[in-house]
Design a protein around this ligand. Structure first.
Ligand SMILES: Cc1cc2nc3c(=O)[nH]c(=O)nc-3n(C[C@H](O)[C@H](O)[C@H](O)COP(=O)(O)O)c2cc1C
Length: 145
C-alpha cells in the first residue's frame, strides 16, 4: 500500500499526484491519496509518497502544513517507514523546492528510509510537471518494497 500525501495550493501538485496514482494503480499497487494528510490516518508500515509544491518563501501549502507540524512534534520514530518525495517549485525563488526539502528533513530525522533521491520539478522546465513525474516513476517502482 502506498499513501500519497499531497501538498498543493493551486492544483498543479494535486494533478501530478492523480497522474502518478493512476500509473501506480496500473502497475498493480494499492494507492490512497491524502489531500489533507493527518498523521493519525497514516500507517507508517506503508510507503509514503509526498507530492508537494512550495509557496510563500519556501513554505508548505496550507493543506499540508498542519501535517508537517504534527509530524515535527510527534515523538515516535519512523524506522518502519519508507518514503519518496516529489516537489514542485520554481528556480526563480532562492527557496527552490524548500517545502519538499523540509518534509524530507523531518522524515529523515525520524529515521524513516528515503527510497531514492527526491524529484524536484522546476516550473521553468519546458515539460509539464506530470510528464516529468511520470518519466521518473520507473526509478521509484524499481526500489519500492
Ligand atoms: C506566491 C507563490 C510563491 C511561490 N514560492 C515558491 C518558493 O518559495 N519556492 C519554489 O520553489 N517555488 C515557489 N512557487 C512556485 C510553485 O511551487 C509552483 O508554481 C508550483 O507548480 C505550484 O503548484 P500548486 O499549483 O500545486 O500549488 C511559488 C508560487 C507562487 C504563486
Amino acid at each position: 500500500m502506498i499513501d500519497i500525501l499531497v501538498g498543493s495550493q493551486m492544483g498543479a501538485a494535486e494533478y501530478v499526484a492523480e497522474q502518478v496514482a493512476e500509473t501506480l494503480v496500473q502497475a498493480g499497487y494499492e494507492i490512497n491519496i491524502h489531500l489533507k494528510p493527518e498523521l493519525d490516518h497514516l500507517n507508517p508500515t506503508n510507503v509514503w509518497l509526498v507530492i508537494t509544491s512550495t509557496y510563500g518563501a519556501g513554505d508548505l501549502p496550507d493543506n499540508i502544513q498542519p501535517f508537517a507540524d504534527q509530524l515535527a512534534q510527534d515523538r515516535r520514530d519512523l524506522t518502519t517507514l519508507s518514503y519518496a518525495v516529489i516537489t514542485l517549485g520554481d528556480s526563480g525563488y532562492d527557496t527552490f523546492c524548500e517545502a519538499g526539502r523540509k518534509l524530507n528533513r523531518i522524515l529523515a530525522g525520524k529515521a524513516a528510509k528515503l527510497l531514492l533521491a527526491p524529484l524536484e520539478i522546476d516550473a521553468q522546465q519546458a515539460d509539464l510537471p506530470e510528464d516529468i513525474a511520470l518519466a521518473w516513476l520507473p526509478e521509484l517502482i524499481k526500489v519500492l518494497p
